[in-house]
Design a binder for this molecule. Structure first.
Ligand code: G3P
Length: 496
């Protein structure tokens, strides 16, 4: 009898494989870093073959670490970095260019042109997103322009395009399946999020030929698997797929409308479950598909492009700390931020500003400022950006948040979590298992494979590690947020 669910978590900076048991406990894990390529200012690329090989290696490593084989896997679930786009040749399976990563800004001018032509309103209505280089459509258009005869070949069905989920499923199934799920498809600017189908008006607007796109399939429903992973020697069903942020919402068991989570990874992504109600944001947040199991569920999302990555920058860019976890001690070595603010707009600003031309800024420096103040301000920037998202979200839904569930690497930082709670004025709740992205993919896969029976059973697995209660006065929090907004203003439009 197969004993585990295998989750593949293909993220921006690493590929991971985790085996989960029936209690939702991770029993084995393996991880490989992914090379980041920055060929020009504002460009970010990944090698699709490195993504595939790193994912396959971690899968085998995780199995080997507990003496298991593919026969011991009941089902595979996949969670992946979203929006990152690539094109490959169907006949050979060869990628025709590097994958363009979600952080890449090269299509800013294309987006600005479409905005100037007045397309944003219909884009928002149909896709729930807005015109920003973050999303896949302009990246795919750029790739089809760059590949010789790209559009004709795509139209003729010779090329396959997609996000990382499609690519991994294609490789795992030895080229048998070219599919995606609704959560990933809802990040492309090409999906009508009311019908869950590719939208002909959006395909025309971005000039993307339908024959190159994957089929959109449900994920996490009983019945036929999404694909069979034949590349593992023994065929294992792939029964769950979700974009990593939607997977984290599922892994945090935020099934009831109003529940919200924030994942502190490379970026920060706040998602609030809104059930079968699609909420139109008046505050420049995104409406996205949270899951599509039996029915389609929606979420409101705020996306911050540089969250935990600001700590990597302190480590690798400034050489200020040796290990990421050292930031907490350095930041705590000063009593406060000393009026310093770091705005990590390295890849422009996401929600709610949507400014691809913004760049990073450090403001408020005085002769007394030290590297500890900069470290503290960098850490605080993660909480400030997240607080802006939650303010916008509460304004959109018209009621206050009761708690925020947190996960991702930087959620281990107690100083940051306390400051987050102080700014928000609500409890910040960290679960015992912070591998919620992989767990969400495992849950989706395990529900369809009959490994778990119901979402109620999954919610019962969720356990609290620590609750951070707000300790700052609302006046002080308001003042801090006001000063932060002034710092953000200084970073805006820098490269325009
Ligand atoms: O939308 C981008 C997001 O999916 C990236 O997530 O965890 O790879 O930084 P992560």
């Amino acid at each position: 009898m197969a004993t585990y669910i295998l989750a593949l978590d293909q993220g921006t900076t690493s590929s991971r494989a985790i085996l989960f048991d029936r209690n939702g406990h991770p029993v084995a894990r393996a991880q490989r870093e992914l090379t980041q390529h920055f060929p020009q200012s504002g460009w970010v690329e990944h090698d699709p073959l490195e993504i595939w090989h790193s994912q396959l290696d971690t899968l085998h490593q995780a199995l080997a670490s507990v003496g298991a084989s593919p026969r011991d896997i009941a089902a595979i679930g996949i969670a992946n970095q979203r929006e990152t786009s690539l094109v490959w040749e169907r006949a050979t399976g060869k990628p025709l260019a590097p994958a363009i990563v979600w952080q890449d800004r090269r299509t800013a001018a294309h987006c600005a042109q479409l905005q100037a032509e007045g397309h944003e309103e219909q884009v928002r209505r149909r896709t729930g997103l807005l015109l920003d280089p973050y999303f896949s459509a302009t990246k795919l258009a750029w790739l089809l322009d760059a590949i010789p005869h790209g559009r004709e070949r795509a139209q003729a069905g010779e090329l396959a395009a997609g996000t990382i989920d499609s690519w991994l499923i294609w490789k795992l199934s030895d080229g048998a399946r070219h599919v995606t799920d609704a959560t990933n498809a809802s990040r492309t600017l090409l999906l009508d999020i009311d019908t869950g189908q590719w939208d002909p008006a959006m395909l025309a607007l971005f000039d993307i030929p339908l024959p190159c796109l994957p089929q959109v399939v449900p994920s996490g429903t009983r019945g036929e698997p999404i694909a069979l992973a034949t590349a593992l020697g023994h065929p294992v069903p792939i029964t769950g797929v979700a974009g990593d942020q939607q997977a984290a919402l599922f892994g945090q068991t935020c099934f009831v409308p109003g529940m919200a989570k924030n994942t502190y990874g490379t970026g920060c992504f706040v998602l609030m479950q809104t059930g079968d109600r699609r909420i139109h944001s008046s505050n420049r947040l995104l409406t996205t598909i949270a899951s599509h199991t039996q029915e389609r569920r929606y979420a409101l999302e705020g996306s911050v492009f540089v969250g935990g990555a600001v700590v990597q920058w302190l480590r690798d860019g400034l050489g200020m700390i040796e290990r990421a976890e050292d930031v907490e001690a350095l930041a705590a070595s000063v009593p406060d931020h000393g009026d310093v603010h770091v705005v990590p707009a390295f890849a422009g600003l996401g929600s709610p500003h949507w400014d691809p031309y913004a760049r990073g800024a450090i403001v408020g420096l005085s002769r007394g400022s030290t590297r500890a103040h900069i470290a503290r301000a960098a850490l605080e920037s993660i909480a400030f950006q997240s607080a802006e998202l939650l303010q916008a979200m509460q304004a959109d839904v018209g009621h206050p948040l009761t708690e925020l569930r947190v996960d991702g690497g930087a959620s281990a930082n107690n100083l940051l979590m306390q400051f987050q709670s102080d700014l928000l004025g609500v409890p910040v709740v960290r679960p015992r298992c912070t591998e919620t992205t992989a767990l969400g993919a495992a849950y989706l896969a395990g529900l369809s494979a009959g490994y778990w029976e119901s979402t109620g059973e999954l919610a019962g697995n969720w356990q609290v590690d620590r609750v951070f209660e707000p300790a700052m006065s609302r006046d002080e929090a308001g003042g801090r947020l006001h000063t932060w907004a002034r710092a953000v203003e200084r970073s805006r439009g820098w490269t325009r």
